[in-house]
Design a protein around this ligand. Structure first.
Ligand code: SAM
Length: 213
């Protein structure tokens, strides 16, 4: 998808926020309090778990790394969920906003994207601006487990299998009956999907929240 000769998904801008510094500081304090061997292991874990850019430190991937979904697969997910202009689509872990942006641009839906990474939220907002759909979509920086999903009619996910499982009770309690959930690649344990499809080698799954859980 091109906007004025430009791709609307661009490389994330450098991270601006220093909000995660306190958590790194705590980790370093804990590491120093341990034996040399434990300390070394802890430092290795810290180094692997954070991204450091100049003075800024963020968890690299709190509940999963940033891996964008290919546009054809995004389209397949939105079609599988039967998205229309009546829908409110939430992408939990929205990355550069591509799912919510395509839902608005190609299907006329409203949407909300949420991501823990502030640089990706900035990028998503810039992408929405470039597509002139800021009235249809919004992007929030935050933990997806704190999202208020009561208005969502469709939830899209590309998270890790254990994160899907942790999220399942929240989907069941927050979403209204009839809301659809679509996941790229990963299923939901023993909650069998109602449909599944393959797009360009990627498997996508659909569930509908039933009347009662
Ligand atoms: C595999 S990417 C998917 C991006 C986008 N949904 C897509 O399909 O192109 C997963 C995203 O989840 C975000 N993420 C990981 N843990 C999170 C959390 N606890 N709360 C919010 N976002 C999270 C990551 O920053 C990353 O952008």
């Amino acid at each position: 998808m091109e906007v004025k000769g430009q791709r609307w998904w661009r490389k994330p801008a450098p991270v601006q926020s220093s909000q995660y510094l306190p958590s790194l500081w705590l980790e370093l304090q804990r590491a120093f309090q341990q034996s040399t061997l434990q300390c070394l292991f802890r430092f290795r874990k810290i180094a692997g778990g954070y991204t450091v850019s100049k003075w800024v430190v963020v968890p690299a991937d709190k509940d999963g790394p940033y891996v964008p979904t290919e546009p054809n697969v995004v389209q397949g997910m939105l079609k599988l969920a039967g998205v229309t202009s009546a829908d409110m689509v939430y992408d939990l872990g929205c990355g550069d906003g591509r799912v919510v942006i395509m839902a608005a641009k190609d299907f006329g839906a409203h949407g909300v994207g949420m991501d823990i990474n502030p640089a990706l939220i900035q990028q998503a907002r810039a992408n929405a601006r470039a597509c002139n759909i800021e009235d249809l979509v919004s992007f929030e920086e935050g933990d997806l487990f704190d999202a208020n999903l009561h208005n969502a009619t469709v939830v899209t996910l590309y998270l890790l299998p254990h994160v899907n499982l942790r999220l399942r009770p929240k989907l069941w309690s927050d979403l209204r009956p009839g809301a659809r959930v679509v996941s790229h690649t990963f299923s939901m344990g023993d909650w069998d999907p109602e449909k599944e499809d393959a797009v360009d080698g990627a498997t996508i799954y659909l569930w509908t929240i039933p009347e009662k859980y």
